[in-house]
Design a protein around this ligand. Structure first.
Ligand SMILES: Nc1ncnc2c1ncn2[C@@H]1O[C@H](COP(=O)(O)OP(=O)(O)OP(=O)(O)O)[C@@H](O)[C@H]1O
Ligand SMILES: [Mg+2]
Length: 250
């Protein structure tokens, strides 16, 4: 039996444009499990980013429940959610979201300093992570002085510095060229193999095959849910995913 790590129950999210209510997530039930690399797919506007933001506590639900393990996010105030998020969630954005006037090392350390005090140990951990994602020599550079791929590797180190329960990534390779994309996906795959729970939104079929579970979103609801057999290699997963997606509004 797999252990649930995040649960959404009867989740609703609407945005308002003027007085018009635009429902984006509709009565959605979802359980994410520990150790899975879950991929969220679906056409543009289907609510993928919104769902990821709700699951991470970056957006507030309109109604319904979100549980991070045994913590009811839906009944917490924003301050508490922020504290919880720092510990539970590492978030990787499509456009990196690094602080422009801080160095790579400082960017990685910000979330760590907010949670712990031992600065020397944290600097050592940050440097270890930079080594792992191959940006150690860029520690003193500003985001504007490096490539997009290097910025995304920095944001991945930042996402994992607090050992989050879940790493969430919204189209993490959306702004990258093919080789940088592979590097970012390789890092996510390594994290997954080390036991890290991951949730990633992507449009890209090959990227999606790095995961072991695919959720297909349509009009703010889960239309289908696919779990790859563990014996499949990347090419075999790709064949299966293509067949699966061919039956959908994709
Ligand atoms: N802040 C907002 N205010 C109003 N409407 C919004 C807001 N954010 C998203 N929406 C609307 O909610 C719907 C879902 O948006 P969302 O960004 O979650 O889709 P998505 O599946 O991530 O799309 P994409 O693949 O293009 O990134 C869209 O119709 C979008 O216009
Ligand atoms: Mg999106």
């Amino acid at each position: 039996m797999q252990e649930p790590i995040i649960q959404a129950k009867k989740l609703h999210k609407s945005y308002f444009t003027g007085k018009t209510e635009v429902p984006v997530i509709n009565n959605l039930d979802l359980t994410l499990y520990k150790g899975d690399f879950t991929v969220i797919m679906g056409s543009s506007g289907s609510g993928k980013s919104t769902l990821l933001y709700l699951l991470s506590g970056l957006e507030i639900t309109t109604s319904g429940e979100i549980w991070l393990e045994d913590k009811p996010v839906h009944s917490m105030d924003e301050k508490l959610i922020t504290l919880l998020r720092r510990e539970y969630i590492g978030f990787v954005f499509q456009d990196f979201n690094l602080v422009p006037n801080l160095t790579f090392l400082e960017n990685i350390l910000i979330p760590a300093y907010l949670v712990k005090n031992d600065r020397k140990a944290l600097r050592n951990r940050a440097k270890e992570l930079m080594k792992k994602v191959e940006i150690l020599e860029l520690a003193d550079r500003l985001p504007s002085e490096v490539s997009g791929g290097q910025q995304q590797r920095c944001s991945m180190a930042r996402a994992v510095i607090n050992n989050p329960r879940v790493v969430m990534a919204d189209e993490p390779t959306g702004n990258l060229n093919s080789s940088s994309s592979q590097a970012v996906l390789d890092i996510l795959t390594d994290l997954y193999k080390e036991g890290q729970s991951i949730v990633m939104v992507t449009h890209d079929i090959r990227s999606a095959c790095r995961g072991n579970r695919i959720i297909f979103l349509k009009d703010g609801q889960i239309e289908d849910d696919l779990r790859f057999d563990t014996s499949l290699n990347l090419e075999e997963k790709e064949v299966q995913l293509l067949q699966w997606l061919a039956k959908k509004d994709w």
